[in-house]
Design a binder for this molecule. Structure first.
Ligand SMILES: Nc1ncnc2c1ncn2[C@@H]1O[C@H](COP(=O)(O)OP(=O)(O)OP(=O)(O)O)[C@@H](O)[C@H]1O
Length: 280
């Protein structure tokens, strides 16, 4: 990737949960095979994480449960505050802004305008008591859309785009199937035309055929809208279908990064070799 091409850049990002002690760094990490310090109990969820996202690219993040993928995504989503490090965002032709310096109001507006997120569990991304129209409206109101007619028209447009029946605009999420709920989440995430879409294990737990249709949909959206995506999964098989580049996380650290095809063909780190052999 050309260095000047990035829209999002994460520099030396750290996040821990716990009191920390003098031995934390020696006792945790991929070499030790643990994120939790056995002396003080602190979990090192992300340690010195660096990455760049080019405009319009899909970057995969793979790693086992607890490797720090969701924490990284939440820091980029500005819902978890990093301990240190920077998250730079740069829109077309603009100067870069460090998102970690935004106050709560600015962060919320940025999140609702420029970012969309889809979770594995629909109840995290949707208000289950609001209709589909209400859920999309919630996101648009937070992005400072005010016109009821425009909000309603945008919702119908998004339902068509995500292959949901528009006549179900007033139905509530519990009446939809698992695959449809992921489409509703995608529709809501795309509502304000964000520049970056964050996807956290969104096909885990779905039937293979339903999973394939969701991945097809994302591929089409990425193609049509040129939207930048960060795709988190424990499954290299899912990531390979969408992401040209992939980073591999283990115990809070990035242990390998590169072109997905190259990682699959010639994994360098022993943990990646294990991931690849189990994905084949
Ligand atoms: N709020 C929190 N308080 C304490 N520990 C946390 C908190 N959030 C995350 N952790 C810990 O940080 C580590 C990384 O968690 P994270 O959810 O980012 O991993 P993950 O790779 O996304 O795994 P999973 O796919 O299971 O969610 C885990 O050990 C987790 O228990």
């Amino acid at each position: 990737m050309i260095d000047e091409d990035w829209i999002l850049r994460v520099d030396h990002l750290y996040k821990h949960f716990g009191p920390t002690c003098a031995d934390c760094h020696q006792l945790t990490g991929p070499t030790q095979g643990r994120s939790r310090c056995p002396r003080c109990g602190t979990v090192w969820a992300c340690v010195d994480v660096n990455l760049q996202l080019a405009k319009g690219e899909v970057l995969g993040i793979v790693g086992e449960s607890g490797s720090g993928k969701s924490t990284l995504l939440q820091m980029i989503h500005l819902t978890v505050q990093p301990d240190r490090g920077h998250i730079w965002y740069r829109a077309d032709g603009e100067t870069a802004h460090d998102l970690t310096t935004l106050n709560r109001y600015e962060a919320r507006l940025f999140r609702n305008t420029h970012l969309g997120i889809v979770y594995q569990r629909p109840e995290l991304g949707l208000n289950m008591r609001f209709s589909i129209g209400g859920n999309v409206a919630e996101k648009l109101l937070l992005a400072e859309w005010r016109h009821f007619g425009r909000i309603r028209a945008r919702t119908t447009e998004l339902m068509v785009k995500t292959e949901l029946p528009p006549e179900r605009i007033d139905d509530e999420p519990p009446t939809f199937s698992g695959g449809m709920l992921q489409r509703v989440q995608i529709a809501k995430a795309l509502a304000s035309r964000p520049t970056i879409l964050l996807l956290d294990e969104i096909t885990s737990g779905l039937d293979v055929s339903v999973q394939a249709r969701i991945l097809d949909l994302l591929r089409r959206i990425q193609w049509e809208d040129r939207i930048t995506m960060l795709l988190v999964s424990h499954d290299l098989g899912v990531v390979r279908q969408l992401a040209r580049r992939t980073i591999v996380m283990k115990n809070g650290h990035i242990v390998e990064a590169g072109l997905t095809d190259q990682i699959l063909e010639d994994p360098q780190h022993p943990y990646t070799q294990l991931l690849v052999s189990s994905a084949l």
